[in-house]
Design a protein. Structure first.
Length: 414
């Protein structure tokens, strides 16, 4: 018998796909909050367990990044920066390639959720400026931060979990060895699929770029300093990991420290706090509650055990990671699968395959990655633009299949 919490999860999944009940249009955060309230009201999770399930590290990390992201956009510095970064793109093809490879490679070091926050207003600005559909640029950003983050042990939370607890020697070197080349190939394949499905948006006109206007010089200086802090502290984090130092320098600390210049020194601090994307924070809190309820049901743990499959097969690791990440999210999936692989004596190659599969799962459906939700809700809040479930899946399904084949092939060759 399917537990009630799993049924609620499936209802949430369907509602996110249709995003409408009768004449009422629903937002993703409202649907996820509904799911969390249902499992609480049905006694599928206790209030104490629900509170404990909320990962404050993730909430505080997003809060810090949202503060910096909003300040960058509101001050005008983000549009000024996007001019500098994209001015060499002379065609729509080059623009999409710049977005894919720029956001993709950056996400490997700055973490995918960070790029999702900062990149969304840039994607919307570039689409409007150059007469393209915002959907193309939002999809390019979503696929870029998912694919790009595969190749680094700090590209996303699940990779970090695997690199710390998977017994992987020299995580940065190992991830680059197994994943760098196929990741670059997959970024280019994402471009080809976007052009195949949205060919009419790739017009032949030469792009003309213009300087972004700085609206608030003081806030621009502070947000620029915050952005520099993020980059600098990320490299400190890399140094700590490479040196093997036993210092818990969390990504949350990076985000909060980087937000301090805006929160402490800006005269618009309260306006910034008031206008950050609180709905996305509600979404994540609700998601943690619903996913913990599903986790406590033991349904998926039993499903993996009872199917009696070879859980250490590279093909099976990639397939199971992609499919189950849609239902219990990629971080809980890794938390479930990682100890099973360790107990089975999995090799480094198999641990890295878990990182690739659980991350590339974000390209299949919207709920496959938190960064997708951040991008969509950010776009809806800022401009009313969105990506529907089917618009995402139309490209996401073939792209994920191709991505998996590329990674599987490279694992077979090494």
């Amino acid at each position: 018998m399917i537990p009630l919490s799993v049924l609620v999860l499936l209802i949430v999944f369907v509602l996110i796909a249709v995003r409408q009940v009768g004449s009422v249009k629903l937002q993703i955060w409202q649907i996820m909050l509904f799911g969390a309230v249902c499992v609480l009201a049905a006694g599928q999770i206790t209030p104490a367990d629900a509170v404990e399930s909320i990962n404050l590290d993730v909430i505080l990390f997003l809060f810090g990044v949202f503060v910096v992201g909003y300040a960058l956009e509101e001050s005008g510095y983000l549009s000024h920066l996007s001019y500098k970064l994209f001015t060499r793109a002379k065609s729509t093809d080059q623009l999409v390639l710049f977005m894919l490879f720029g956001a993709g490679i950056s996400s490997a070091f700055l973490m995918n959720d960070t790029l999702a926050v900062i990149g969304t207003p840039v994607a919307l600005f570039l689409a409007k400026k150059h007469g393209m559909s915002s959907k193309v640029m939002l999809l390019a950003l979503a696929f870029a931060v998912t694919i790009g983050s595969v190749a680094s042990p700090i590209g996303n939370p699940q990779n970090l979990l695997i690199s710390l607890n998977g017994g992987i020697p020299n995580p940065f070197v190992t991830f680059i060895k197994f994943l760098f080349i196929p990741t670059i190939i997959n970024l280019f394949l994402a471009y080809l699929l976007l052009k195949f499905f949205y060919g009419s948006e790739f017009h032949k006109s030469v792009l003309v770029h213009s300087h972004g206007k700085i609206n608030d010089p003081e806030l621009a200086r502070l947000s620029r300093f915050s952005l520099i802090l993020i980059i600098a502290l990320v490299f400190v984090k890399i140094g700590v990991v490479l040196a093997g130092m036993q210092f818990d320098f969390r990504l949350t600390y990076i985000a909060l420290i980087s937000a301090l210049p805006v929160l402490l020194l800006s005269r618009k601090r309260f306006g910034v706090i008031r206008n950050i994307d609180w709905h996305t924070l509600i979404f994540f809190a609700a998601m943690f509650i619903l996913m913990e309820s599903v986790w406590e049901s033991g349904f998926f743990q039993a499903l993996i055990t009872e199917t009696n499959v070879n859980i250490t097969s590279i093909f099976m690791i990639l397939t199971v990671s992609v499919l189950l990440s849609q239902l219990i999210s990629n971080v809980p999936l890794v938390a479930l699968y990682l100890p099973m692989l360790a107990a089975a004596g999995a090799s480094t190659e198999e641990m890295v395959a878990l990182a690739a599969g659980s991350t590339i799962a974000g390209n299949l459906f919207i709920l496959g990655a938190a960064s997708n939700v951040i991008i969509i809700q950010n776009a809806e809040k800022k401009s009313g633009e969105t990506l529907t479930f089917m618009e995402f899946a139309k490209i996401g399904i073939p792209l994920t299949i191709i991505n998996l084949l590329v990674y599987w092939t490279f694992f077979a060759l090494l």
